[in-house]
Design a protein around this ligand. Structure first.
Ligand SMILES: [Zn+2]
Length: 373
């Protein structure tokens, strides 16, 4: 068994993976906003024995971390529930080990600071798979490979050291520009979470503001690629997960050129003929047109595209992204949406589906979407 569930996380990500049988193993990637936290916490309440091999926090943007901070503090979760936590905190941005003693910074970059603070406070495993160092791809060395229980193999594709050092500069500048109004006293989690919930510092992308009128795939496919420049997104952990002959790429909110370059490296290292075969792609940055270039998509032999967003704030996924996928894949593409939204529902149009020979999958209720490979 290998299933991927995109939990309801508003415009963010919370991805619940299950694999194997007897016992079933689990991986959690990000924890969206509070809705996702509640969905996860409810399950922990129901299943007291439930554990995770791994929890990956891809990066510090609120739509990935806002539910992760309360989850770590929740008594229903805890260090005994998780084999390892992958997260690049401040020290990792500086190429250092997680354990060197440093007072917790509580100004600016606070999502990351609080996540790291709670990891330490409750003694969670932290980047154990990397001996406590950063979860990072070194261009001079092979792509890191981690094997989890029962043969799940993860190959790290990002971030690179360059992307982490760009994020370090951003983290520092956030500290300098911190608004005194937003200061938090150490240990005041309530206040921190309140601030976290309305944090708009990593504000909206400059994206097409929602889709109006009929979808014209041919026109959308011609819209030039305008690369995402957000440092937090660039610092996203992205990886290939392989189990039982199935392969899925979890792209976080990664930058397309960096991810494309790692995929190219993997293709070369494995001696593949042309493209990397995938059973599913969790599209980068909720299907943003700024993170899914032709350069990247053309490296992937994939029919199933996972799109996680309710369209709020950034109107993801962008129609340009889906048009690019349809342009390079002649037929048989499947789009899997975890919300019925103004952005996803236009793709249910029967004429459009038969013209471009794709299918569109939507959740029945409000519980997100579960995809079995
Ligand atoms: Zn995101």
């Amino acid at each position: 068994m290998f299933t991927i569930e995109m939990l309801p996380a508003n415009e963010g990500d919370a991805i619940w993976i299950e694999y194997g049988s007897n016992p079933i193993r689990r991986i959690l990637i990000d924890c969206g906003r509070k809705t996702a936290y509640r969905a996860v916490a409810d399950r922990l309440d129901d299943l007291r024995e439930l554990t995770f091999e791994l929890f990956v926090l891809t990066h510090v943007d609120a739509d990935h971390i806002a539910g992760a901070v309360p989850l770590l503090q929740d008594q229903r979760f805890g260090p005994d529930r998780v084999g390892d936590v992958w997260f690049n905190g401040w020290r990792h941005l500086n190429g250092q080990h997680r354990d060197e003693n440093e007072s917790v910074r509580v100004l600016g970059a606070k999502q990351g600071e609080f996540f790291g603070a709670v990891l330490r406070e409750r003694n969670y495993p932290w980047n154990e798979n990397f001996s406590g160092f950063g979860v990072v791809v070194d261009e001079e060395e092979e792509l890191p490979r981690v094997e989890l229980a029962d043969g799940m193999v993860l190959t790290l594709l990002g971030p690179t050291k360059d992307k982490l050092s760009e994020m370090r500069d951003r983290w520092e500048s956030d500290l300098i520009s911190a608004d005194p109004e937003k200061q938090i006293e150490p240990g005041d989690w309530e206040r921190a979470l309140e601030l976290l919930g309305r944090d708009r510092r990593h504000g909206p992308d400059i994206l097409s503001a929602g889709h109006e009128g009929p979808i014209l795939v041919e026109e959308l496919a011609e819209v030039p690629f305008n690369a995402d420049g957000s440092e937090p997104n660039g610092s996203s952990i992205s990886f290939l997960a392989e189990f039982d002959g199935k392969a899925v790429l979890f792209a976080g909110d990664a930058h397309a050129p960096q991810l494309a370059s790692s995929v190219q490296r993997l293709i070369k290292a494995r001696g593949l003929d042309g493209r990397l075969s995938l059973d599913a792609l969790k599209m980068a940055h909720h299907g943003s047109a700024r993170n899914n270039s032709y350069e990247l998509l053309e490296l992937l032999d994939c029919r199933r595209y996972l799109l996680s967003s309710n369209g709020s704030r950034h109107h993801h996924p962008d129609p340009e992204t889906l048009a690019r996928v349809l342009t390079i894949n002649e037929d048989g593409v499947e789009f899997c949406f975890n919300y019925k939204s103004d952005e996803s529902l236009p793709w249910a149009d029967e004429t459009l589906k038969s013209k471009h020979k794709y299918s569109a999958i939507y959740p029945e209720g409000s519980e997100g979407l579960r995809v079995s490979l």
